[in-house]
Design a protein around this ligand. Structure first.
Ligand code: PMP
Length: 913
């Protein structure tokens, strides 16, 4: 199994699909300094690189590689650890490495804040956040516990001294007996101790993904059910200082304290207690798109924390360690926190290590005895971190210098392309470039370039064209993070600016074909279908026809892409791409795209009734659908159609038609279960068109010529066609794929006695048939010239989309090839539906049936589940009523005739009705 397949199957299936879709499914085999070595397998096909090309890395380990990859001084320390064979695991002993690191961290942060710190080491950033939540919880409980103890002692004392009933001489409880006041205070403290502590974080905060950290994180782009319950939490959306300071005033609990003076006379005072245990902030928010929290807001947070007796925690996991030019990013604000969290670059890009610094006077000494972690405090990580600390302190100026240069250059780019780049933000080497959402003409590209994927798409372009690695920030994917190492030189800054300039130019000019070129390269493999996320149904807006101002009924027609080059019409911006490029791009993005609206048109019936039809593309091709069905992966296809249905319902469609494979993968539409919407596969009208043609042909055929071959007889349309045609022909042969004999026999048995029926699993059986009907689900042609008779006239009616008949058949002089299932609209109406390449005014029957149902609000769908002969005739009647006529397309000739005269109506039809 290749690494790609193993990654997709056993590691991160969903991520693997995103990476593959965006052509970020690459592997780096080495890292040195600012560069990673990209491993490109032979024949990757983008032609831009050979194996082992150098890529300038601006992702920098999501902020962990401030010193570049494998910095020699840090590698030396790591090597020294191995050479010395220092013990990795020596828990329950004095750990010199951890001690030295903690002392140095306390000293370094203390140089700014003037405090001393006790340091809890961990492995990951989230570890440090969890430790802070836990420590603050313990500190909060201990504080309330100590207060309770103090009040209880006082109460016992006044009772012992016989002064319990003495009224307070002053303060808010003046005149009330002091024991009563203390009792009341104790009740309130006890109540507060029973409530869970509250944690505060900011709008767009990112503090990690574990339970408590995840609760503090503002995860806008993560499915709701991926959050697990954490501590009680409040988010501060308004950052204005007043709003911050007073945000949690409602949580404050007033308690009256009692203090006897020197003469034993009790005086009361007000104490404010609070359930708030800690307020968290990243001084520069990283993952939400690099946003600096204003110094006033940080100061207000300090005040808020003090007002509630809570701890102020600065999460400098990403922005600290010198990344912004000062050791702490919060330094310039002049605001000091009680806890500081560090990680990422603390490990020098080599070790997994994090640190929670708690001001000594706030530290709960017992914490360090009980908060343990197997891998914390190891000498290996600690020694590397200590060396990294040295580098961080000595590189501050250099970081400011190169950071300023880089920011200026990127700002120039933003100035040049203001319609593509919204803003360049950040400080030092923590920068973010926010792109504006482009507005391409086609719905498809609007879907591809949505806010979730834009940054990844840009990242792919920059990687494959400029050999520079960027990725978006985690929770603001339209912002591309630029977090290089401090090794970045001026020449590289030029390269970075040029790359951003090129991409911004492409976006600004709307040159999406070039911007997305890297997607049009065949993927390497390793694909897993998307998993369904069962979320509560969205609230559906009341968009029914009656509720819309124009009152025009709306219907939706869902269609997959029949062949890859449908892309040219779905996304005309990509019309310059080759067939191969279309196929590759669709293979890449398979399963990643949501259904999208393609176009809407109004259609009028002969009587003047109007419906609005909205075409919705379900983004898989017929070939992809067939391959997935064969691989037993039909679930995601069905899901994709159901997402399209959901979109249709939200648009207020009263009828939903399922064109092409969308009905096949939903079990002839049976899997679409809606209450107030009629659902149709539209196949009855398709069958009605074919039946109409065959009835006429059979009526005109001489004796001995009414031999019909039917390909695809076990399919939905095929089976009903067999039933309809059987009474009119002399013989009927049902032809299917090898191995389909038994299922064909079931269909044949149902026709018992109507005609001479036989079955065959070999297309050669068609050679004896002057009339051939084909309705398979195949994505490739199945009927080739050699399957058809040569010495007789043959009529082939192809009902399949994509077609079942090989193009070479059209060249046979004895064969008339009719594309069946086409309908002419009444009057002069020529709506264009991208992806449907039919002559003007002509529609597929399945689309026509959807529209026809829209004209008649109460007529039931004739095509839900298995088709019936009665349903086919009902669909035909519907078309007759509204002036929709069958169109015969032979080569490029279109002929439209009214439906076959009722005179031809047979006793058989009377029976059906
Ligand atoms: N806090 C901040 C500010 C971060 O940026 C991150 C990681 N992006 C974390 C916490 C979580 O760190 P980790 O991924 O190591 O758990």
């Amino acid at each position: 199994m290749s690494a790609d397949s193993a990654f997709a199957r056993h590691t991160r299936p969903e991520l693997a699909r995103l990476l593959r879709a965006m052509h970020l499914d690459v592997t780096y085999r080495a890292g040195r300094g600012d560069h990673l070595t990209l491993e490109l397998p032979d024949g990757d096909g983008d032609g831009a690189a050979g194996a082992g090309e150098q890529v300038l890395d601006l992702v920098g380990g999501a902020g962990s590689s401030l010193f570049g990859h494998n910095h020699p001084a840090l590698v030396e320390v790591a090597r020294g650890c191995f050479d010395e064979q220092i013990p990795f695991n020596a828990q329950g002993s004095v750990r010199p490495g951890a001690a030295e690191l903690a002392r140095r961290l306390s000293e370094t942060v203390g140089a700014t804040t003037g405090a001393d710190y006790v340091v809890t080491l961990g492995c990951t950033g989230a570890d440090a956040v969890e430790a802070a939540v836990k420590h603050a919880t313990v500190a909060h409980r201990r504080h309330l516990g100590a207060l309770q103890e103090e009040f209880e002692t006082l109460l016992r004392r006044v009772r012992r001294d016989g002064t319990a009933d003495v009224p307070c001489a002053s303060g808010p409880a003046a005149g009330r007996p002091c024991a009563e006041v203390l009792d009341e205070a104790l009740d309130r403290i006890a109540a507060l101790r029973r409530t869970d502590p509250v944690f505060v974080s900011l709008r767009n905060a990112f503090h990690g993904k574990t339970a408590a950290a995840g609760t503090l994180t503002h995860g806008g782009n993560v499915p709701e059910d991926l959050h697990v319950p954490g501590p009680r939490h409040r988010r501060l959306n308004d950052w204005t200082p007043d709003a911050v300071v007073t945000a949690l005033d409602a949580e404050l609990v007033q308690v009256h304290s009692v203090t006897p003076d020197a003469d034993g006379v009790p005086h009361s005072a007000v104490l404010h207690l609070s359930p708030v245990a800690a307020c968290f902030a990243e001084p520069i928010q990283g993952e939400s798109g690099v946003h600096e929290v204003p110094a006033e807001t940080l100061a207000a947070l300090r005040e808020l924390a003090d007002r509630h007796g809570a701890a102020l925690v600065f999460d400098e996991i990403q922005c600290g360690m010198g990344r912004t030019g000062t050791f702490l990013a919060s330094e310039p604000s002049g605001v000091a926190a009680d806890y500081y969290l560090l990680s990422k670059s603390l490990g020098g890009g080599l070790a997994k290590v994090s640190a929670m610094l708690v001001a000594e006077d706030r530290y709960v000494p017992e914490f360090g005895r009980h908060h343990t972690s197997t891998f914390a405090d190891d000498d290996f990580s600690s020694r590397i971190a200590t060396a990294a600390l040295d580098l961080a302190l000595s590189w501050r100026e250099r970081i400011t210098e190169v950071g300023t240069l880089l920011r200026d250059r990127l700002a120039e780019v933003a100035g040049r392309w203001p319609d593509a780049v919204a803003e360049v933000r950040g400080r030092g080497l923590l920068l973010g470039v926010e792109f504006r959402l482009p507005n391409p003409e086609s719905g498809m590209l609007r879907e591809v370039l949505d806010s979730e994927s834009l940054g990844y798409l840009i990242a792919g372009r920059i990687l494959h064209t400029h050999r520079i690695r960027v990725i978006p920030t985690l929770s603001a994917p339209a912002t591309v993070r630029v977090q290089p190492s401090a090794l970045l030189g001026p020449a590289e800054v030029d390269r970075v600016a040029a790359a951003f300039d090129e991409v911004a130019g492409l976006l600004s000019r709307g040159d999406y074909a070039t911007l997305m070129e890297h997607l049009a390269v065949p993927p390497r493999g390793g694909w897993q279908p998307p998993q369904h996320v069962p979320l509560p149904r969205r609230d559906r807006p009341a968009l029914s026809a009656a509720a819309r101002p124009d009152g025009v009924p709306r219907v939706a027609f869902l269609a997959n892409l029949d062949v890859p080059t449908t892309l040219w019409s779905m996304a005309p911006e990509l019309a310059g791409w080759s067939d191969r490029q279309c196929t590759a791009a669709l293979d890449r993005i398979q399963g990643e795209l949501d259904p999208f609206e393609v176009v809407r048109h109004r259609i009028t019936s002969e009587e003047g009734r109007t419906v609005e039809v909205v075409m919705i593309a379900v983004p898989f091709t017929a070939a992809q659908a067939n391959a997935a069905l064969r691989a037993g992966q039909g679930g995601w296809l069905r899901r994709s159609v159901l997402d399209g249905v959901e979109l249709a319902v939200s648009l207020g469609a009263g009828v939903i038609g399922l064109g092409g494979h969308t009905s096949i993968v939903t079990n002839a539409a049976r899997d679409v279960v809606e209450n107030d919407v009629r659902v149709t596969s539209g196949n009855s009208l398709t069958a009605a068109c074919a039946y109409d043609l065959l009835r006429l042909t059979l009526a005109e055929a001489g004796a001995g010529e009414r031999r019909v071959g039917l390909v695809g007889g076990i399919g939905n349309i095929g089976a009903v066609m067999a039933e309809l045609v059987a009474p009119h022909c002399e013989s009927l042969v049902l032809v299917g794929r090898p191995g389909s004999g038994r299922r064909l026999s079931v269909v044949a048995d149902r026709l018992g006695g109507l005609t001479d029926v036989s079955v065959a699993d070999d297309l050669d059986a068609l050679r004896d048939c002057p009339i051939v009907v084909s309705a398979t689900n195949s994505s490739d042609p199945v009927i080739a010239p050699h399957h058809l008779g040569r010495d007789q006239k043959v009529l082939v009616c192809d009902l399949a989309v994509p077609g079942d008949v090989h193009p070479a058949v059209a060249g046979l002089s004895n064969v008339t090839l009719v594309s069946g299932g086409r309908i002419q609209l009444p009057g002069v109406q020529t709506p264009r539906f991208p992806g449907i390449t039919l002559p003007p005014g002509i529609l597929y029957s399945c689309l026509a049936e959807t529209i026809l149902l829209g004209f008649e609000p109460t007529t039931p769908s004739p095509s839900y589940g298995g088709l019936t002969s009665a349903g086919v005739l009902a669909a035909r009647d519907l078309a007759v009523r509204h002036g929709f006529h069958p169109a015969r397309i032979v080569s490029d000739d279109v002929s439209v005739r009214p439906w076959v005269d009722d005179q031809l109506s047979t006793a058989f039809e009377e029976d059906i009705r």
